[in-house]
Design a protein around this ligand. Sequence first.
Ligand code: SAH
Length: 371
Amino acid sequence: MSQPLVGMDLADLREALGPHQPAYRARQIYQALYHGQAADLVRISTLPVHLRQELAEHHSLGLPTVDRLFESTDGTRRYLLRLADARTVETVLMPEAARHTICISSQVGCPVDCKFCMTALMGLERNLTAGEIVAQVLLVTRENQLLHEAGRLNVVIMGQGEPLLNLPNVVKATRILLDPAGFALSPRRITLSTAGIIPKIAELGREPVRPKLAISLNASTEEQRQELMPITQKYHLKDLLAACKAYPLRPWEKLTFEYVLLHGVNDTDSDARRVVKLLANLNAKVNLIALNPGPGIPYATPLPERVASFQNIVRRGLPCFVRKPRGLDIYAACGQLKSNSQPALEPSLPPHSLPSPPPQTPANPSDSNIE
Ligand code: SAH
């Protein structure tokens, strides 16, 4: 079987080429893969023809294939990608005038059993390799002619999976994406979201090259959080906040806390006041996400007035935004990624479950993109 090259760093490439090739050949291939974004090994024009052929004999780029592509009325594109072992995973492109956001997966399915998330219904199938993580970005940029737009791209590791449970591969992929000689993404433009795997937060903080950190808070009390996110029976809120306090933020960085608002469950004014108290000592901002509904999810979306009231209270204590839902009609929004091959939401949704647009007035800023 041919060995995939995407996902290899310089050291891996040197090893793959063997001792008879000069070191600069590995650099040329590295640049062609991630900077030049080669579409075909035999066309890497910086390499001699015999080496290209030799490479192509033993290796492949290793990009997944597009199994299906779904397009939302808001311009969002959901890619159902087929991996080498025939499993599928999802990547979402959210285009915007000023910049585009690519939401990538870190695992096939997810082992964290959050009660409001459709990915949880898949369970965990397997970790993605570093190559499969990087390849999602390469493929979507290539498919959408965004090849030389690394400066205008955001990458969020918020698709299928819990990235901190696949940390080595996520870190390796991040290094390639951020390397100026690699994909050359700006370090401020890649964010990872975690359900709060406490020991791994400290481990991530020790990495010299790492994404920004977002944490799914989703509840204002320990009890509520344990009910909505059973994994937090092991990773307690108090310890999570201590890990956040100890996290070594870079000078330009803030922690992001995400909070999924569930109608009548965690969306009261008292919840909002408790959130402010919990986060009072942290350099943080809050992103509210009104529930994106789906089959099998036993919660409803709060009304826009409730979201606005919650936001207004949190904003008294710290910056607070409402995340715009993107791609709701194609199962592409947060919490909807379930390797779904259906084109659109089914029409029969329970009451209150239709998503409401976030408040748009200047008094209620909404996040211009996902991060
Ligand atoms: N495993 C990571 C990435 C999850 S997806 C994590 O837990 O953070 C990113 C965000 O979407 C998380 O904050 C998650 O809480 C949120 N989310 C999950 N299901 C959702 C849903 N149905 N509606 C809105 N947001 C949801």
